[in-house]
Design a protein around this ligand. Structure first.
Ligand SMILES: *[C@@H]1O[C@H](CO)[C@@H](O)[C@H](O)[C@H]1NC(C)=O
Ligand SMILES: *[C@@H]1O[C@H](CO)[C@@H](O)[C@H](O)[C@H]1NC(C)=O
Ligand SMILES: *[C@@H]1O[C@H](CO)[C@@H](O)[C@H](O)[C@H]1NC(C)=O
Length: 503
């Protein structure tokens, strides 16, 4: 009787203690679940939606074990959980995880992990304007014996960019497996790389160890309360679960992030853009120059180069021509120069195109700033349009002894190539003979039929003549014209009168 009662008592005791220990375990589990997101949070987080601690992206757990997955957040309106594309709540085939409501949906858990629970989970947090999303891969360790393999990294510390004076931290965590084995020495240790100093557990820089899920997952925070220059550098986290199983992970604390790649890409783009722009500008300028350099040069010459006035000369150009070219000289060249371009011209008809120019042109050339000589095949008087004949023409010009570029030859036919080709320095004889050629500007006359050639000819001719300020001569000219017209009117009236008298 006594024995049986004592047996019953013992049985009751065992039951009670078992229940108590189970209840305690449940309670501590609850505490762990509740606590996870309320401890070890970042400091000084900005307001708004954001994670409050590092998200563990890979989770390991043994088959049949208790397992929880967390997304610790603040400032959210709701958190939605997904396994793959399937939103919570899941059917048993997909996952046995359930929400832990006391943690405001930041945690999902299962008391009995199954193989089918493995997979990719994600939490989607929303406020009214922003969404955040993180993925967590769950791997199930399907072994009967306690896990004795190498530590499995669950959170890889990432390089932190921190300016001076701000707090920063590195977090390293790994699944190490069961702790009840005799040769197990679970440890996590932060230290500075290349230096045997282990980081202390308190102070300005300290490390703070954590464990979760029955000490199977161990981790450590390396906290720097305010970053100083000497803190920048590499740190290493060593995790070991036995004498010969050690993993070492390194991460650095660096000053402000320098987006090297981004900057390079950006600056490359800028450089390419700039080069393209410069090329386009150069090309269009080149095209513009090729098309318009004559008018542009003329425009600037007329505006800015010094005038040749008050030099005691009466006119800008003395136009010399042979009888044969009179119509061109008097009918086209002189009127165009005078009325359209406002030059003062004088004309001189030459009796001989190849002789005695020093006598014919010489005296009059002193009164003009330029001498224009019209040379045509007709004017060379039966002589052929060849080297020898033209050479005499240029020798005549040389005999005038006028300064460089004072004489302009307007040729009505292309000059022989041998005459226009640049002279070789060695052929001194030729140079002397054709001395006039080098000192004379030769222009090929272009008729109105060739529009571009015609325009170019006039531009070239005007460039050879002295500069004229636009507008300066217009008024003079128009006054002269009015005077001329008035006198013309007078003469006509007079002639009419005389006619009437005659009648
Ligand atoms: C949502 O979160 C973002 C990011 O933290 C924040 O900038 C924004 O102000 C938040 N919106 C609301 C309505 O709280
Ligand atoms: C938690 O999730 C449940 C189910 O998805 C949802 O009804 C509830 O509003 C959520 N609560 C919070 C605080 O997000
Ligand atoms: C670190 O310690 C190891 C042995 O404990 C030693 O061999 C090594 O030279 C030390 N390194 C430095 C930088 O002190």
């Amino acid at each position: 009787m006594r024995e049986t009662s004592s047996h019953v008592l013992i049985a009751i005791c065992i039951t009670v203690s078992a229940w108590t220990s189970w209840a305690l375990a449940e309670e501590s589990r609850d505490v762990v679940l509740m606590d996870y997101c309320s401890v070890n949070n970042f400091e000084g987080l900005p307001v708004g939606l954001g994670f409050t601690k590092e998200v563990v992206h890979v989770e390991y757990a043994k088959l049949g074990a208790f397992k929880a997955i967390h997304c610790c957040l603040r400032g959210y309106r709701s958190i939605e959980w997904y396994k793959g594309n399937i939103p919570y709540p899941w059917k048993g085939d997909d996952s046995h995880f359930i929400l832990y409501p006391e943690s405001k949906n930041q945690t999902i858990y299962t008391k009995n992990l199954r193989q089918s629970d493995a997979g990719s989970y994600s939490c989607l947090a929303l406020n009214d304007t922003t969404t955040l999303n993180e993925e967590i891969a769950l791997k199930v360790i399907d072994e009967d014996t306690p896990y004795t393999g190498e530590p499995l990294l669950t959170h890889q510390p990432r390089t932190q960019f921190a300016p001076l004076g701000v707090p920063t931290r590195l977090f390293c965590e790994a699944y190490v497996g069961h702790t009840h084995l005799p040769d197990v020495r679970n440890s996590v240790l932060w230290s500075r790389s290349f230096c045997n100093v282990t980081i202390p557990t308190d102070g300005r820089i300290y490390q703070h160890k954590i464990t979760r899920e029955n000490n199977q997952i161990v981790g450590s925070y390396l906290v720097i309360k305010d970053v100083r220059a000497e803190d920048y550098g590499e740190y290493k986290c060593e995790v070991s679960n036995s004498i010969d199983q050690l993993i070492v992970i390194t991460a650095s604390v660096l000053p402000e992030e320098v987006p090297i790649r981004g900057m390079q890409v950006g600056s490359w783009r800028k450089v390419v853009l700039l080069v393209a722009l410069v090329m386009i500008c150069t090309l269009s300028l080149g095209a513009f120059y090729i098309r318009c350099w004559l008018p542009v040069t003329l425009f600037f010459r007329d505006r800015f180069s010094p005038l040749e006035e008050n030099d005691g000369r009466d006119c800008d150009a003395l136009v010399c021509y042979h009888e044969m070219d009179a119509s061109l000289a008097i009918g086209v060249i002189i009127p165009t120069l005078e009325s359209r371009y406002c030059y003062k011209c004088a004309s001189l008809e030459l009796s001989q195109i190849t002789r005695n120019w020093s006598l014919e042109i010489g005296p009059k050339s002193k009164t003009a700033r330029r001498v224009i000589v019209i040379v045509s095949p007709a004017a060379v008087q039966g002589s052929t349009w060849n080297d020898a004949t033209l050479r005499t023409v240029f020798c005549q010009l040389a005999s005038l002894h006028l300064p460089l570029n004072r004489v302009i030859v307007v040729a009505l036919k292309d000059l022989p190539i041998s005459l226009t080709a640049p002279k070789l320095a060695s052929s001194r004889h030729v140079y002397e003979e054709g001395a006039g050629i080098g000192r004379v500007k030769t222009l090929r006359w272009c008729d109105k039929d060739e529009t571009t050639g015609f325009v170019k000819f006039w531009c070239r001719l005007r460039l050879c003549l002295p500069p004229i300020r636009p507008g300066a001569r217009k008024t003079q000219q128009s006054v002269a014209l009015i005077v001329q017209m008035k006198s013309g009117a007078q003469t006509t009236t007079r002639s009419r009168e005389s006619l009437e008298v005659l009648v």
